[in-house]
Design a protein around this ligand. Structure first.
Ligand code: GUN
Ligand code: ZN
Length: 435
């Protein structure tokens, strides 16, 4: 049994501050006590020191917040970030499908999975819901690398029997490979499985039916797909699913809309869809950098809030332009502004941590640094760049947090801890035991 303590400025937002004014928890001089990777106590240092004063204590500079949760990202697209010149459907054909075909080679999948997870850690992301490719071994590669690093990763084989040649499976393979992967990986270490139909256009009705049956047979797994991202995509869905009320309803008819469903984007949603999302408990991974990069549109935070739709934030790399959840939060603010909605910086932090965790059904484990949760946290450096240092000097907590979201990125992550252990550090001096 190992018990250790961390001392520093602690900040977390465990519930949505838009609906709960008590959601922000902040200790300027705080103590976080961790036993075997789990938070066992947290509070003001002055209050906890009498009980835990004798422990080995690591003093951390900067702002300690929960590790980020990336609610939607594609690891096989890591090498295709910044691919120029096309909107969604053409971008998939021209840049993404060729890149994903390379994952037929297991060694390539292993190499990219390791690089990708290390980049997540360098960006302060400790949990993520990740698209793999259609190849079952692309999931093995990611999960093996995540298990090695003790990261909380949820993923699944992509189902796409209507995909391009070389990247299409079948309804039968969708069923048998997903079943085998669930048996091999679900709840192993910190891993979880997601049934992952790519999007409505790349699965036949028969395969969407298989996805629904898999979801019903495995009550602990998630369902992860794309929804209403791009106008041409939406038109193609409407043309194919003529009996459906809208895009979401096309999934609903196959049993794919429920509390364990995570939909990326949701840019072009009817009011009916928002009502149905909220009523079913399904949620949206909002991906602003991707939506700007592909010219997909601007997520409507006002509409989502009016309907009470559950939200998280996703980088959506490689359509997204950065793995940094600080950068993603900053772009979420700017996308919301274009629709006359001012996203509060504490709410943005909630979406990037506990909100994402709730969407991924891991909020009992991570996202708020509360006792009983796993001690995944990061150290943010409000003076990471000369401009950040000037802008945050003497600033309030809200101003500092907002400046980190607008001006910050991977440079502002001083250190990343998984289960109370240093997993990445910008410099050896950032984590210094003080006795
Ligand atoms: N819709 C279907 N596949 C994809 C993908 O790989 N990226 C994005 N952004 N949207 C998709
Ligand atoms: Zn995506």
């Amino acid at each position: 049994m190992t018990i250790i303590a961390f001392r520093g400025e602690l900040l977390s937002v465990g519930r949505d501050p838009a609906t709960d004014p008590q959601a922000v928890r902040h200790e300027r001089d705080g103590l976080l006590v961790v036993e075997d990777g789990i938070v066992v106590a947290r509070g003001a240092c002055a209050d906890l020191a009498p009980r835990f004063g004798g422990l080995t204590t690591t003093k951390l500079p900067g702002l300690i917040v929960p590790g980020f949760v990336d609610a939607h990202v594609h690891y096989p697209q890591f090498d295709r970030i910044a691919s120029h010149g096309a909107q969604l459907l053409e971008w998939l054909d021209r840049h993404i499908y060729p890149a994903e075909k390379a994952f037929a080679d297991r060694a390539h999948a292993d190499a990219v999975a390791g690089l990708f997870l290390d980049e997540l850690l360098r960006n302060g992301t400790t949990s993520a819901l990740v698209f793999a490719t259609v190849h079952a071994h692309s999931v093995d590669a990611l999960f093996e690398a995540a298990l090695d690093r003790r990261m909380r990763i949820i993923s699944g084989k992509v189902l796409m029997d209507l995909g391009p040649p070389g990247l299409a499976d079948t309804p039968e393979l969708a069923r048998s490979e997903s079943e085998a992967l669930i048996a091999r990986w679900q709840d192993r270490g910190r891993l979880g499985y997601a049934i992952t139909p790519r999007f409505a256009l790349t699965s036949s009705d028969a395969q969407l039916h298989v996805a629904g049956a898999l979801l019903e047979a495995h009550p602990q797994v998630l369902m992860h797909t794309h929804l209403a991202e791009n106008v041409d995509e939406c038109a193609a869905v409407a043309a194919r699913f003529t009996d459906s009320l809208d895009y979401l309803d096309a999934y609903d008819r196959f049993g794919l809309v429920g509390a364990r469903s995570v939909f990326a984007h949701g840019i072009h949603l009817s009011s009916r869809s928002c009502t149905r999302l909220a009523q079913s408990g399904a949620g949206i991974a909002v991906c602003p950098s991707s939506n700007l990069f592909l010219g997909s549109g601007l997520f409507d935070f006002g509409q989502a809030a009016a309907h009470g739709v559950k939200l998280g934030l996703g980088s959506d790399v490689g359509a997204g332009t950065s793995l940094s959840m600080l950068h993603t939060a900053g772009l979420a603010y700017q996308a919301a502004q274009a629709r006359r909605h001012a996203l509060d910086p504490f709410r943005a932090l909630y979406l990037a941590t506990a909100g994402g965790a709730a969407l991924l059904h891991i909020a009992d484990r991570v996202g708020a640094l509360e006792p009983g949760q796993e001690a995944d946290f990061i150290v943010l450096d409000p003076a990471a760049t000369p401009l950040l240092a000037r802008r945050t000097r003497g600033a309030s907590l809200a101003e500092q947090l907002f400046a980190l979201q607008i001006l910050g990125d991977d440079r502002a992550i001083a250190a990343t801890y998984l289960m109370g252990e240093l997993a990445w550090s910008r410099s050896a001096d950032d984590a210094r035991p003080v006795g």
